[in-house]
Design a protein around this ligand. Sequence first.
Ligand SMILES: [Zn+2]
Ligand SMILES: [Zn+2]
Length: 349
Amino acid sequence: MKSASSVIPTTMRAVVFRGPNDFVVDHIPTPAEPRRGTVLVRVRASMICASDQKILAGKFPATRFPHVPGHEFSGEIAASVDGSWPVGTRVGVEVHVGCGVCDRCREGMYTLCLNYGKPDSGHAHIGFTIPGGLAEYVSVPIPALHVLPEGVSFLEGAWTDNLGVALWALERGRLVAGERVVVIGPGAIGLCVVQLARALGAARVTLVGRGERFDRVRGLADGFVDARDIAGLAGSADLVVEFAGTPDAARDAIGLVRRGGRVVLGGATGLGTTLDGLDLSAIVRGNLDVLGSLANPKGVSARALTMLAHGKVDVQRLVTHKFPLMVFDEAWRTFSERREGAIRVMLEP
Ligand SMILES: [Zn+2]
Ligand SMILES: [Zn+2]
């Protein structure tokens, strides 16, 4: 095995979700030496996201406790048996790895793999069904790796998955240059959508959300509208992209798009969220395309990384706080309580 010049320790620090609402930073065994098809990554930058909150709350059925979370991370290869992924290569990671042989995987839609949650098939959802990157080391299947372009830092590279999710939503929505876009949800993904929409030539991008967060993100969008004042936007968008994850936001999205326009719903991925109070004629008589968007299939994260490398999107601004992995506790509270308008909290193992 080719190993990094520094010796890989047999134990490592990692965040461990021991059970619902019970976590600790612990010393656990470092993942085993990589076999064919995987590499060992030394994590350099790793973020917390709302999905981690769902996992910790026990609302993600495919996750088994104890569990090492973390699915927004970058690092460098620490051990590899694959010559095309040498030790020291700087990588970002996307989190869905398909079995590669089912009907959906063959279409490139490995995010919809029919063998979800069956590790023996080769399927992996990094940080969800297998251990993730809120740790010093993580074993990563090779199909999840993206080489970080020159000039892209580890901090930026930790956005590999998120940027792909944002770009996929815009591709679902068939954005073309000169259109008016409304983005609902000023979280990390929504703010990536805003920037990518501008980069793709949108004429005007309006961000809808809670007013308090707007101070942090002035300049990223062309207009800012508090969610309570959304009625003024009716009919004003060719494309609405929703990343707020609430029924209200979904209803607003469908209500404010112009007739004949497109609505992409990307936020409400939790099971059991239902949509009441929607007049279906808004969709039928509006001739709307209402589209769900899940994650980042078809290698879209690679294109998103290229846009990052070309300066089309600024993610550094969205990292509002940084902590060492040891004080995960503090980082977790900062993120989950949205202290100081926290958008993304970065851990540096
Ligand atoms: Zn996430
Ligand atoms: Zn599959």
